[in-house]
Design a protein. Structure first.
Ligand code: UDX
Ligand code: ADP
Length: 465
């Protein structure tokens, strides 16, 4: 069997960085080079100060310390790294298209295509090309067409190896993966390529957790896994709305149904809505694919998961407005959390962005505190929506680095991310510093209702009346 000696990964983001760090750490005999066109990103990955890595993941700095410079390298020399490698991972971003055909639904494959063309241009030896970004079904075929028709006559095997890591637990998800999926051609050379990649993962995972499939199944499984997970969140969120109108408590309902071993307890936490770079994008992709194969019922079915998520974010914002006597104009609302979930600095599709946008439309004054997200990122998220000018966003919304500063004279606190530190705050002191009545809207259900009531807060928790 072919043993891989040199790996190149194109794209040093949330996926490429941690994944390659773990591979290099577990496979000391393989040289792994992660390349990116973004020089600042590469500089940050090479930073002496391990708190400055571009991606915040528990456990990552320790692994980087052990591995970087040994057999793990970060570089902007894209072409040289590609040519040297016998296996090339494509791990570039695939945002949802913001223009043209499939706008708002299809994945934008611009970056993937550029990567494939670049590989074709510089490769002078045979390569196994692994698609690692989340991609619509059939992308492997598109990559293959580009490589075969524009390459220098060398042989390319294309594999699909979808990513199942969740942010904040990426290192643990990689080290103890439930499964690794490897899709490839059923030809002899395809089988060889699949075995070569399996061998890499088998350095630390038991053989039976490495599943080999055809390319279609592998590509589709990634979308379907995320669609099923997101569907569970939307399902419980739909029930949270019903619970708020009745005496039912969504946590009790989750617990009761989760005990059914066929349902299971995970991904049943009601929240202000799911975010992250994958769930919405992958479902939109599934919807687009179903439509393009003439299956509108299938498309509508999955689209509903997103519509329910939009409803949940809107409902949370509207509840704040109605509760604050139907006007938030000029009122100070503190946001605790901006990241799409705890333990990450990632804000892509975060519910906080949409809740803030809805409140800013009503002229609220928002003060954001998030332990990991920068002001620059927060303004970029809002400006990207294009709802108002960037000057207006900066006038209405401020970002602070002290959680107590955020709530001085605030009318309300909205909890948007479930950061652990929020639970241990001195809520009595927070109550003192706020205007009365002091409202707390808990979009993550992390605070204790009884305690908050005793302290004097008007406390609203998603999924409870
Ligand atoms: C997800 C998938 O879990 C992962 O396998 C895939 O590779 C990428 O997409 P990620 O986006 O990092 O990972 O986060 P995840 O932990 O799945 O959470 C997604 C969103 O759902 C978050 O906003 C989270 O707060 C929300 N969520 C999750 C809930 O609201 N309730 C839950 O019970 C679980
Ligand atoms: P993900 O969550 O999928 O890892 P990110 O946006 O965090 O997405 O990372 C993708 C990275 O890919 C970015 O740092 C971007 O600069 C890089 N990238 C995009 N296109 C190319 C390319 N053609 N060559 C090298 N790097 C690229």
């Amino acid at each position: 069997m072919k043993h891989i000696k040199n790996i190149c990964c194109i794209g040093a983001g949330y996926v490429g960085g941690p994944t390659m760090t773990v591979i290099a750490n577990k496979c000391p005999e393989i040289d792994v080079t992660v390349v990116d066109i973004n020089a600042r990103r590469i500089a940050d990955w090479n930073s002496e100060n391990l708190n400055e890595l571009p991606v915040y993941e528990p456990g990552l700095p320790e692994l980087i310390k052990e591995t970087r410079g040994r057999n793990l390298f970060f570089s902007t020399e894209v072409d040289a790294a590609i040519d040297k490698a016998d296996m090339v991972f494509i791990s570039v971003n695939t945002p949802t298209k913001t223009y043209g055909k499939g706008k708002g639904q299809a994945a934008d494959l611009k970056y993937i295509e550029l990567c494939a063309r670049n590989i074709a241009k510089v490769a002078t030896t045979d390569k196994i090309v692994v698609e690692k970004s989340t991609l619509p079904v059939r992308t492997a075929q598109a990559i293959k067409n580009i490589l075969d028709n524009t390459g220098n006559g060398v042989n390319f095997e294309i594999l699909s190896n979808p990513e199942f890591l969740a942010e904040g637990t990426a290192i643990d998800d990689l080290l103890n993966a439930d499964r690794v999926l490897i899709g490839g051609d059923e030809t002899e050379s395809g089988q060889e390529a699949k075995n070569a990649l399996s061998w890499v993962y088998e350095h630390w995972l038991p053989k039976e957790r490495v599943l080999q499939t055809n390319v279609w199944s592998s590509e589709l499984s990634k979308l379907v896994a995320n669609a099923f997970l997101a569907q569970r969140v939307s399902s419980i969120n739909s029930i949270s709305a019903l619970c708020e109108k009745t005496d039912a408590n969504v946590a009790e309902v989750s617990r009761a149904i989760g005990f059914d071993s066929r349902i299971g307890p995970k991904f049943l936490n009601a929240s202000v809505g799911f975010g992250g770079s994958c769930f919405q994008k992958d479902i939109l992709n599934l919807v687009y694919i179903a439509k393009s194969f003439g299956l509108p019922e299938v498309a509508d079915y999955w689209e509903q998961v997103i519509l329910m998520n939009d409803y949940q974010k809107r409902r949370f914002a509207e509840n704040i407005i109605t509760t604050l006597y139907n006007t938030v104009s000029g009122k100070k609302i503190a946001f605790y959390g901006w990241a799409f979930k705890k333990d990450t600095n990632d804000t892509r599709e975060s519910a906080a962005i949409y809740v803030a946008d809805a409140l800013l439309e009503e002229q609220a004054e928002i003060v954001v505190y998030d332990p990991k997200v920068t002001a620059e990122r927060i303004y970029a998220d809002l400006d990207y929506l294009g709802t108002r000018t960037s000057e207006e966003n900066r006038r209405l919304l401020t970002v602070v680095t002290d959680p107590l500063e955020a709530i001085q004279n605030a009318h309300a606190v909205a909890v948007l991310t479930e950061w652990d530190e929020f639970k241990s705050y001195d809520w009595a002191a927070i109550f003192e510093a706020m205007l009365k009545p002091a409202f707390v809207f808990d979009g993550r259900r992390i605070l204790d209702s009884e305690k908050m009531d005793t302290l004097g807060f008007k406390y609203y928790k998603i999924g409870e009346s």
